[in-house]
Design a protein around this ligand. Structure first.
Ligand SMILES: C[S@@+](CC[C@H](N)C(=O)[O-])C[C@H]1O[C@@H](n2cnc3c(N)ncnc32)[C@H](O)[C@@H]1O
Length: 314
């Protein structure tokens, strides 16, 4: 896929990907949910049977371009979650997790319970062989943080399959692009990218939208391929990526990847940066967890981490 590498292509993902050989180590697909959202170039309220047939088609094309040991995540609403699971079974994908992304910003309703979640399926091509970097997503456990329990795993614990640490991107958020109706948070995509791909891998998003997956792949040192049917969204995504490529984050001790990881750890643990710097024990715990996540030979001191956290909090 070299001609598409690190590009966002304007087109219909089924057509664009139809003749490609397997190239993706990780696919994240967040298709329109068929619930009447207003997109620039896609009508999001088609007949149920047409939507299911289309879902089969794009999932089949994605499966074809997924490498033998690749991972495939799909975000979907309640209406078609069961269909996605059945189609995945038919295509020979293996489900590793059925993740619930829970957010508190649910739309209010009078006549039923307010919806506050999206399904995220995590499939793989090969049941036994796939990338899963557990160290990159571990968080400090209650045993470590609260109970001082010596039996605690010093590497922290794995998050569970209900993800409630990633708020939806609302109007006041710095990362909000403002020109796309349903932008996913970068923090959520960063977890998926960190655990299911390695630096230099290729991440594909067949429904690129505001370009969140490509932005995260770039910042995480992965290659990306985005496909998006709207020319306007593609152009805006190119601007989003160009802005990112201009930014130079680093401080005296830590490079951009390390600073991003610090921010991500603070989101994942739901502990604000200022709280970490104000508590010596917590800072030590946080520094240890950070070192586990970086998984390199470097030694990180609490003073360096403190300085970086203070910079980030400003
Ligand atoms: C739910 S949004 C994706 C949002 C994205 N995850 C983000 O964070 O911005 C779905 C996107 O799919 C695009 N789309 C719809 N049909 C498509 C197709 N056949 N091929 C490529 N893109 C398509 C829509 O224009 C829309 O931007």
């Amino acid at each position: 896929m070299p001609k598409f590498l690190n590009k966002v292509i304007c087109g219909d993902c089924i057509e664009v990907l139809a003749n490609a050989k397997p190239f993706a180590d990780l696919i994240f697909a967040d298709p329109p949910f068929n619930i009447g959202y207003k997109y620039d170039k896609y009508y999001d309220k088609v007949k149920k049977k047409n939507y299911i047939a289309w879902t089969k088609d794009w999932m089949a094309v994605c499966k074809k371009v997924l490498k033998p040991h690749g991972s495939f995540y799909i975000a979907i609403g309640d209406e078609y979650a069961a269909n996605v699971k059945i189609i995945a079974d038919e295509l020979g994908l293996f489900m590793r997790n059925w993740i619930i992304w829970h957010y508190t910003f649910g739309q209010q309703t009078k006549k039923k319970f307010a919806r506050a979640h999206t399904h995220i399926f995590y499939f793989v091509n090969d049941k036994k062989k796939f990338t899963f970097n557990d160290y990159a997503v571990r968080v400090p456990s209650d045993r470590q943080l609260i109970y001082n329990d010596r039996r605690a795993n010093p590497k922290g614990k794995m998050p569970n399959d209900v993800w409630d640490e990633f708020p939806r991107v609302c109007g006041t958020f710095k990362e909000r692009q403002g020109w796309h109706p349903c932008q996913m948070p970068e923090s959520l995509l960063t977890r998926i990218t960190a655990v299911s791909s390695n630096p230099g891998d290729c991440v594909l998003d067949p429904f690129s939208g505001s370009g969140t997956t490509t932005a995260v792949a770039y910042q995480s040192g992965r290659n990306y391929v985005g496909v998006e049917i709207s020319q306007k969204y593609v152009e805006n995504t190119e601007k989003r990526l160009a802005e990112l490529k201009k930014q130079q984050f680093s401080n005296l001790f830590l490079n951009a990847a390390e600073l991003n990881e610090l921010k991500r750890l603070s989101t994942d643990t739901k502990i604000p940066l200022r709280e970490i710097t104000a508590d010596k024990k917590l800072l030590k715990q946080f520094t240890n967890q950070f070192a586990v996540r970086m998984n390199n030979q470097k030694q990180y001191g609490t003073k360096q981490i403190m300085t970086a956290l203070e910079d980030l909090a400003d």
